[in-house]
Write a protein that binds this ligand. Structure first.
Ligand SMILES: [Zn+2]
Ligand SMILES: [Zn+2]
Length: 486
């Protein structure tokens, strides 16, 4: 993880938020390459799930919602963690995590000397176990109290309870409250889904592990509505679609580069299921911190629509033409975190290898996710015509893709830099490209393309570059493309 954090900072993927002020707890800023990577993840997700499927539409609901939404959803009452406070230093801990950190102990058996003892272990001098605050070692802790994880804020100029609202802790509720708007305006028949990408906020007590758990994060969520009275392939429709979405979700992450051996499925036990869920399966990824949740796929039943119907007094039902009756749809929710997905793609792409006795760091991003698609590099920056040609190529390709120009080092180092940020292809402009009139050599109008993964090169006419990269960046194999130019 430390390697990824330092690469992310050094190469402009991810910076600590407000770093010059000492940073903000668990908030991170996406730098110039990070924002490209993140946008690419969101773009392929939207394209694959919203644009290409006839049964899906998109939505962008506001972050601030009517406060009753969160009463209806159960978040005001249930979205809590048990907390304890130190009466001395006032620090706050999650009651169930307080013994997961090393603790400070003033040992009576050794004249009150101060020790820091490993998490969960007793003092080796007096045998006592922790009872006081683990941080200061002096204060006693309060009994556990429920602490709500929603960020509170005030709507309008008056800070009073009547104007209290919350930053949404999930994007899902924006879809539920718009169920009828979407179904009516888009004339939808069940089953259909609504997808949304947006920020959500949770006041986590113990955030951490880089961008794995943060207080502000981005979600890619789908609510897929089905008619619970329908049967598909001998199964209730909700169970059938739940299976389909689990399989689709696993396949999606593999399609964009996560290795099969780093992915697994974990079923929630009956006692860990959320209060609304009939069944939940997590897609877990083998992060640098160990196997952890990458996304969840829950069967939320008709809980949310029924709750909102009850609290708002508006019917949120669907008219089943076949049976001539109103039903409350069941909903399957594939919910993924953008930041977590980005961390997984970054971790899986990272490789160190040895090339001619030197270490090469390479991010083997899927071409569609790579922040920069092509780097244009002049072999001789002293030659005006070489530099001019390189800039012109960059400008042409930049109409279609994110392309950079770099002439700030020798070619070997420029290649390494692009490998390290996962740029799939480099284009090199040299003297042969533009010709050398002093030596009577004419221009060949060709450039060298280098493939990141194989490090092979091919010499290609400049005017074919847009077509060649369209092929390569939309799934064309390097070997097939390169063989056309031999
Ligand atoms: Zn304390
Ligand atoms: Zn002791």
């Amino acid at each position: 993880m430390d390697t990824l954090v330092s690469l992310s900072k050094r190469r402009g993927f991810i910076f600590q938020s407000s770093e010059i002020y000492g940073g903000t707890g668990s908030c991170w800023d996406y730098g110039p390459l990070g924002v490209e990577l993140k946008q690419n993840i969101k773009r392929v997700w939207w394209r694959d799930y919203i644009q290409q499927r006839p049964d899906m539409v998109g939505l962008d609901a506001s972050i601030l919602m009517h406060p009753t939404v969160w009463k209806a959803s159960g978040h005001v009452d249930n979205f809590t963690d048990p907390m304890v406070d130190c009466l001395e230093c006032r620090r706050r801990f999650r009651a169930d995590k307080v013994d997961e950190t090393p603790w400070v102990h003033y040992c009576a058996a050794t004249k009150g000397n101060k020790f820091t003892i490993p998490a969960g272990e007793p003092c080796s001098h007096c045998g006592e176990r922790r009872t006081l605050c683990p941080d200061c070692g002096k204060g006693s802790l309060t009994a556990p109290r429920q602490f709500n994880l929603m960020f509170k804020t005030f709507m309008g100029p008056v800070e009073e309870d009547a104007s209290l609202t919350y930053l949404r802790p999930e994007t899902a509720q924006g879809i539920f409250v718009n169920f009828d708007n979407v179904a009516q305006s888009m004339r939808r028949k069940l089953p259909f889904g609504v997808g949304q990408i947006g920020k959500a906020f949770r006041n986590e007590i113990t955030p951490g592990n880089f961008i794995f758990r943060t207080r502000e994060f981005e979600q890619m969520e789908i609510e897929y509505f089905v008619n619970p009275r329908d049967t598909v392939e001998g199964k209730p429709a909700d169970e059938y679609w739940h299976e389909r979405w689990i399989a689709d979700s696993l396949a999606w992450f593999q399609r964009y580069g996560l290795r099969e051996e780093n992915l697994r499925l974990r079923e929630h036990e009956k006692d860990e299921l959320a209060h609304y869920a009939k069944r939940t399966a997590d897609v877990e990824y083998r992060f640098p911190i160990g196997w952890s949740e990458l996304m969840g796929i829950a069967n939320r039943t008709d809980f949310d629509l029924k709750q909102h119907a009850q609290f708002s007094g508006k019917a949120l039902t669907y008219f089943d033409e076949e049976r001539k009756e109103h039903v409350v749809p069941y909903v399957i929710e594939p919910s993924a975190g953008v930041d977590r997905a980005l961390l997984a793609f970054l971790a899986d792409a990272y490789q160190e290898e040895e090339v001619r006795g030197e270490k090469r760091v390479v991010l083997r991003f899927h071409p569609e996710l790579a922040p920069v698609k092509v780097a244009v590099l002049p072999l001789l920056k002293k030659r005006d015509d070489v530099v001019r040609t390189a800039h012109a190529i960059r400008a042409t390709l930049a109409k279609h893709w994110t392309v950079v120009y770099d002439d700030t080092a020798a070619i070997g180092r420029l290649y390494r830099r692009q490998d390290e940020v996962g740029t799939p292809y480099c284009v090199t402009v040299d003297v042969q490209t533009v010709g050398d009139s002093d030596k009577g050599e004419s221009a060949d109008g060709k450039v060298t393309i280098r493939d990141r993964d194989s490090m092979e090169q091919a010499r290609v006419p400049i005017d074919t570059l847009p077509a060649v990269f369209l092929d390569l960046l939309s799934g064309g194999k390097w070997s097939a493309v390169a063989s056309r130019f031999r």
